[in-house]
Design a protein around this ligand. Structure first.
Ligand SMILES: [Zn+2]
Length: 211
């Protein structure tokens, strides 16, 4: 089974992907993680990706597709997998079917309002020194518990950046949502509940398709 997670940054789809992996054993494939790994390993592809990222540009569809294609060809993906961060556009969805077309699939959109996202991300602090991310909605923290450095709001999490990113997300996701909806594989889930409550709904969607 191919499970595709859709949702804006901060919607919690990464967490849901991990929960699906733990519960069902379908590996979670995050294209962001895979791209970062290529850069870290300094592969030929990683070198290209690094240049694109440093220029602040989006990595082209064919590069991301190639990374996804080689990952889903691994034996652990035989039963299925969870995609997080890909496809993001209608074009990518069509490309994905060209390399792995025959699988039944589920597209789950985790819905979170712009207001809720802003609130959620405003509470997220990051340590610039060691990269640990903290959620300070519930407690007051100013120093990193791991290394003692000062915590700051990541640039990406500032309200104006969140607004802009959310607008771009809505614009590009529209045709993709419509596409999966027409195929009858789209499920919408309220992402403003706790991760456990969201997962309960995710599970009922997956279980209904497994049986
Ligand atoms: Zn730190």
């Amino acid at each position: 089974m191919r499970i595709i997670l859709l949702g804006p940054a901060g919607s919690g789809k990464g967490t849901q992907g991990e929960m699906i992996e733990r519960h069902y054993g379908f590996p979670r494939i995050s294209t962001g993680d895979l791209l970062r790994l290529e850069v870290e390993k300094d592969t030929a592809l990683g070198k290209i990706v690094k240049k694109i990222m440093e220029a602040g540009e989006l990595v082209a569809d064919d590069i991301v597709l190639e990374i996804v294609r080689s990952r889903i060809a691994q034996p652990d993906c035989k039963r299925g997998y969870v995609l997080d961060g890909f496809p993001r556009t209608l074009n990518q969805a069509i490309l994905l079917e060209k390399v792995d077309g025959s699988r039944p699939e589920i597209a789950i959109e985790i819905q979170v309002s712009e207001e809720a996202l802003k609130q959620r991300l405003a509470g997220r602090l990051v340590c610039l020194q060691c990269g640990t991310v903290y959620n300070i909605n519930n407690n007051k923290l100013s120093q990193c518990q791991a290394c003692g450095a000062r915590l700051t709001v990541r640039n990406d999490d500032r309200p104006e950046v969140v607004s802009q990113r959310f607008r771009i997300y809505r614009e590009t996701i529209g045709p993709l949502i419509e596409y999966y909806s027409k195929k009858g594989v789209l499920f919408r889930i309220d992402g403003e509940k706790t991760p456990e409550e969201v997962f309960r709904e995710v599970k009922s969607v997956i279980d209904s398709r497994l049986n």
